[in-house]
Design a protein around this ligand. Structure first.
Ligand code: HEC
Length: 201
Protein backbone atom coordinates (compact mmCIF):
# COMPACT_ATOMS: atom_id res chain seq x y z
CA UNK A 1 0.00 0.00 0.00
CA UNK A 2 1.92 2.97 -1.30
CA UNK A 3 -0.65 5.56 -0.49
CA UNK A 4 -2.82 5.56 2.59
CA UNK A 5 -4.89 8.72 2.81
CA UNK A 6 -5.97 8.12 6.37
CA UNK A 7 -7.89 11.15 7.55
CA UNK A 8 -5.78 13.20 9.87
CA UNK A 9 -7.53 16.55 9.86
CA UNK A 10 -9.01 16.39 13.38
CA UNK A 11 -5.61 15.39 14.82
CA UNK A 12 -3.84 18.20 12.95
CA UNK A 13 -6.41 20.73 14.12
CA UNK A 14 -6.08 19.57 17.72
CA UNK A 15 -2.29 19.89 17.52
CA UNK A 16 -2.54 23.38 16.06
CA UNK A 17 -4.99 24.38 18.74
CA UNK A 18 -2.77 22.92 21.46
CA UNK A 19 0.17 24.91 20.04
CA UNK A 20 -1.80 28.16 20.03
CA UNK A 21 -2.97 27.60 23.61
CA UNK A 22 0.53 26.73 24.79
CA UNK A 23 1.87 29.89 23.16
CA UNK A 24 -0.48 31.99 25.28
CA UNK A 25 1.41 30.82 28.37
CA UNK A 26 -1.72 30.44 30.45
CA UNK A 27 -3.18 27.34 32.04
CA UNK A 28 -5.13 26.18 29.03
CA UNK A 29 -8.56 24.62 29.09
CA UNK A 30 -8.52 20.97 28.03
CA UNK A 31 -7.94 20.84 24.26
CA UNK A 32 -10.49 18.77 22.40
CA UNK A 33 -9.30 15.16 22.45
CA UNK A 34 -8.55 13.94 18.94
CA UNK A 35 -10.04 10.63 17.93
CA UNK A 36 -7.51 7.83 18.22
CA UNK A 37 -6.12 6.33 15.03
CA UNK A 38 -7.39 2.89 13.99
CA UNK A 39 -5.22 -0.05 15.01
CA UNK A 40 -3.42 -2.30 12.52
CA UNK A 41 -5.68 -5.11 13.71
CA UNK A 42 -8.84 -3.18 12.88
CA UNK A 43 -7.50 -2.28 9.46
CA UNK A 44 -6.47 -5.87 8.74
CA UNK A 45 -9.93 -7.09 9.83
CA UNK A 46 -11.64 -4.58 7.55
CA UNK A 47 -9.46 -5.53 4.57
CA UNK A 48 -10.24 -9.18 5.14
CA UNK A 49 -14.01 -8.61 5.44
CA UNK A 50 -14.06 -6.52 2.24
CA UNK A 51 -12.04 -9.01 0.22
CA UNK A 52 -14.23 -11.88 1.42
CA UNK A 53 -17.34 -9.99 0.35
CA UNK A 54 -15.72 -9.09 -2.98
CA UNK A 55 -14.55 -12.59 -3.84
CA UNK A 56 -17.78 -14.31 -2.78
CA UNK A 57 -19.91 -11.88 -4.76
CA UNK A 58 -17.73 -12.21 -7.82
CA UNK A 59 -17.72 -16.01 -7.68
CA UNK A 60 -21.49 -16.11 -7.31
CA UNK A 61 -22.02 -13.56 -10.08
CA UNK A 62 -19.73 -15.33 -12.55
CA UNK A 63 -21.36 -18.70 -11.86
CA UNK A 64 -24.84 -17.22 -12.34
CA UNK A 65 -23.80 -15.50 -15.58
CA UNK A 66 -22.41 -18.68 -17.11
CA UNK A 67 -25.29 -20.87 -15.89
CA UNK A 68 -28.25 -18.67 -16.73
CA UNK A 69 -26.99 -15.56 -18.52
CA UNK A 70 -27.18 -11.93 -17.37
CA UNK A 71 -30.94 -11.75 -16.80
CA UNK A 72 -30.80 -14.66 -14.36
CA UNK A 73 -27.67 -13.15 -12.81
CA UNK A 74 -29.55 -9.93 -12.02
CA UNK A 75 -31.93 -11.94 -9.87
CA UNK A 76 -29.01 -13.64 -8.14
CA UNK A 77 -27.36 -10.27 -7.51
CA UNK A 78 -30.55 -8.72 -6.23
CA UNK A 79 -31.37 -11.56 -3.89
CA UNK A 80 -27.98 -12.79 -2.80
CA UNK A 81 -25.79 -9.67 -2.62
CA UNK A 82 -27.47 -8.39 0.57
CA UNK A 83 -27.44 -11.91 2.09
CA UNK A 84 -23.76 -12.46 1.34
CA UNK A 85 -22.92 -9.09 2.90
CA UNK A 86 -24.92 -10.08 5.97
CA UNK A 87 -23.14 -13.45 6.22
CA UNK A 88 -19.66 -11.96 5.92
CA UNK A 89 -20.58 -9.36 8.56
CA UNK A 90 -21.70 -12.07 10.98
CA UNK A 91 -18.65 -14.24 10.34
CA UNK A 92 -16.05 -11.51 10.64
CA UNK A 93 -17.63 -9.22 13.23
CA UNK A 94 -17.15 -6.26 10.86
CA UNK A 95 -20.19 -4.77 9.23
CA UNK A 96 -19.44 -4.79 5.53
CA UNK A 97 -21.30 -3.55 2.47
CA UNK A 98 -21.01 -1.75 -0.84
CA UNK A 99 -21.98 1.77 -1.68
CA UNK A 100 -21.60 4.27 -4.53
CA UNK A 101 -22.29 7.85 -5.57
CA UNK A 102 -24.62 6.27 -8.17
CA UNK A 103 -26.49 3.36 -6.63
CA UNK A 104 -28.69 0.69 -8.11
CA UNK A 105 -30.26 -0.37 -4.82
CA UNK A 106 -31.30 2.69 -2.75
CA UNK A 107 -30.54 0.64 0.39
CA UNK A 108 -26.85 0.96 -0.59
CA UNK A 109 -26.89 4.79 -0.65
CA UNK A 110 -23.87 6.36 1.07
CA UNK A 111 -24.05 8.20 4.40
CA UNK A 112 -22.13 11.45 4.91
CA UNK A 113 -18.81 9.74 5.80
CA UNK A 114 -19.09 7.39 2.83
CA UNK A 115 -19.92 10.22 0.46
CA UNK A 116 -16.84 12.09 1.64
CA UNK A 117 -14.58 9.05 1.00
CA UNK A 118 -16.11 8.45 -2.44
CA UNK A 119 -15.43 12.08 -3.42
CA UNK A 120 -11.92 11.85 -2.07
CA UNK A 121 -11.20 8.59 -3.96
CA UNK A 122 -12.60 10.19 -7.11
CA UNK A 123 -10.26 13.13 -6.73
CA UNK A 124 -7.22 10.95 -6.00
CA UNK A 125 -7.99 8.86 -9.10
CA UNK A 126 -8.35 12.00 -11.23
CA UNK A 127 -4.94 13.03 -9.91
CA UNK A 128 -3.54 9.73 -11.19
CA UNK A 129 -3.53 7.60 -8.01
CA UNK A 130 -3.33 3.81 -8.35
CA UNK A 131 -6.73 2.49 -7.15
CA UNK A 132 -5.01 -0.51 -5.55
CA UNK A 133 -3.28 1.87 -3.13
CA UNK A 134 -6.36 3.81 -2.04
CA UNK A 135 -7.90 3.15 1.33
CA UNK A 136 -9.52 5.22 4.07
CA UNK A 137 -9.48 4.31 7.76
CA UNK A 138 -10.70 6.50 10.58
CA UNK A 139 -12.22 6.46 14.03
CA UNK A 140 -15.23 8.76 14.06
CA UNK A 141 -17.53 9.79 16.86
CA UNK A 142 -21.11 8.93 16.08
CA UNK A 143 -23.79 9.80 18.63
CA UNK A 144 -21.18 9.85 21.42
CA UNK A 145 -19.73 6.45 20.42
CA UNK A 146 -16.43 5.82 18.72
CA UNK A 147 -16.85 3.92 15.49
CA UNK A 148 -14.09 2.48 13.33
CA UNK A 149 -14.75 3.12 9.65
CA UNK A 150 -12.89 1.88 6.61
CA UNK A 151 -13.33 2.00 2.84
CA UNK A 152 -11.69 0.88 -0.37
CA UNK A 153 -12.61 1.71 -4.02
CA UNK A 154 -14.38 -0.73 -6.35
CA UNK A 155 -13.38 -0.19 -9.96
CA UNK A 156 -15.47 -1.20 -12.97
CA UNK A 157 -14.05 -4.22 -14.81
CA UNK A 158 -15.06 -5.54 -18.23
CA UNK A 159 -17.59 -8.17 -17.04
CA UNK A 160 -19.37 -5.56 -14.89
CA UNK A 161 -20.18 -3.49 -17.99
CA UNK A 162 -22.92 -5.98 -18.97
CA UNK A 163 -25.06 -4.50 -16.17
CA UNK A 164 -23.33 -1.20 -15.31
CA UNK A 165 -21.75 -0.13 -18.60
CA UNK A 166 -22.44 2.46 -21.28
CA UNK A 167 -24.32 0.18 -23.69
CA UNK A 168 -26.39 -2.17 -21.55
CA UNK A 169 -28.72 -4.22 -23.76
CA UNK A 170 -32.42 -3.23 -23.78
CA UNK A 171 -33.47 -6.61 -22.26
CA UNK A 172 -31.05 -6.26 -19.38
CA UNK A 173 -31.98 -2.62 -18.88
CA UNK A 174 -35.68 -3.56 -18.74
CA UNK A 175 -34.99 -6.21 -16.09
CA UNK A 176 -32.92 -3.78 -14.04
CA UNK A 177 -35.59 -1.05 -14.26
CA UNK A 178 -38.29 -3.54 -13.23
CA UNK A 179 -36.42 -4.32 -10.01
CA UNK A 180 -34.79 -0.95 -9.43
CA UNK A 181 -36.97 1.81 -10.88
CA UNK A 182 -34.60 4.48 -9.52
CA UNK A 183 -31.41 2.83 -10.81
CA UNK A 184 -28.55 5.26 -11.47
CA UNK A 185 -25.81 2.63 -11.82
CA UNK A 186 -25.31 2.40 -15.58
CA UNK A 187 -23.07 4.45 -17.88
CA UNK A 188 -19.76 3.43 -16.28
CA UNK A 189 -16.65 2.75 -18.39
CA UNK A 190 -14.05 0.10 -17.58
CA UNK A 191 -11.61 1.65 -15.11
CA UNK A 192 -14.17 4.07 -13.63
CA UNK A 193 -14.76 4.27 -9.89
CA UNK A 194 -17.93 2.16 -9.58
CA UNK A 195 -18.24 2.45 -5.81
CA UNK A 196 -16.52 1.24 -2.67
CA UNK A 197 -16.51 -1.40 -0.01
CA UNK A 198 -17.47 0.09 3.30
CA UNK A 199 -16.73 -1.46 6.69
CA UNK A 200 -17.56 -0.37 10.22
CA UNK A 201 -17.17 -1.74 13.72
C1 HEC B 1 -25.83 -9.43 -13.90
C2 HEC B 1 -25.81 -8.02 -13.71
C3 HEC B 1 -24.69 -7.42 -12.89
C4 HEC B 1 -23.34 -7.55 -13.12
C5 HEC B 1 -22.63 -8.32 -14.23
C6 HEC B 1 -22.68 -6.75 -12.08
N1 HEC B 1 -23.60 -6.17 -11.28
FE1 HEC B 1 -23.23 -4.86 -9.77
N2 HEC B 1 -25.18 -4.84 -9.27
C7 HEC B 1 -26.17 -5.55 -9.93
C8 HEC B 1 -27.38 -5.49 -9.16
C9 HEC B 1 -28.71 -6.14 -9.51
C10 HEC B 1 -27.09 -4.73 -7.99
C11 HEC B 1 -27.98 -4.40 -6.82
C12 HEC B 1 -27.68 -5.40 -5.71
C13 HEC B 1 -28.40 -5.12 -4.44
O1 HEC B 1 -29.63 -5.05 -4.48
O2 HEC B 1 -27.72 -4.95 -3.41
C14 HEC B 1 -25.69 -4.35 -8.12
C15 HEC B 1 -25.03 -3.57 -7.18
C16 HEC B 1 -23.70 -3.23 -7.25
C17 HEC B 1 -23.01 -2.39 -6.28
C18 HEC B 1 -23.60 -1.81 -4.99
C19 HEC B 1 -24.03 -0.39 -5.09
C20 HEC B 1 -25.34 -0.20 -5.81
O3 HEC B 1 -25.30 0.39 -6.90
O4 HEC B 1 -26.40 -0.62 -5.30
C21 HEC B 1 -21.73 -2.29 -6.70
C22 HEC B 1 -20.61 -1.49 -6.03
C23 HEC B 1 -21.61 -3.09 -7.89
N3 HEC B 1 -22.82 -3.63 -8.21
C24 HEC B 1 -20.43 -3.26 -8.57
C25 HEC B 1 -20.27 -4.23 -9.58
C26 HEC B 1 -18.98 -4.62 -10.12
C27 HEC B 1 -17.65 -4.04 -9.71
C28 HEC B 1 -19.23 -5.61 -11.04
C29 HEC B 1 -18.22 -6.43 -11.82
C30 HEC B 1 -17.28 -7.21 -11.03
C31 HEC B 1 -20.67 -5.79 -11.10
N4 HEC B 1 -21.27 -4.95 -10.19
C32 HEC B 1 -21.31 -6.63 -11.97
C33 HEC B 1 -26.04 -6.20 -11.14
C34 HEC B 1 -24.84 -6.56 -11.71
Amino acid sequence: MAHLPVQTKPAVLALLLAGVLAACGRPEPAAPVANPTPTEQEIAGARDAASQLGSRLKARLMAAMSEGGPIAAIEVCAEEAPQIAQQVSEETGYRVGRTSLRVRNPANAPDAWEQEQLMSFMKDLQDGADPAGLEAAEIVTDGGREVFRWARPIMLEAPCATCHGQSVSPEILAEIKARYPDDTATGFAVGDLRGMFTVSK
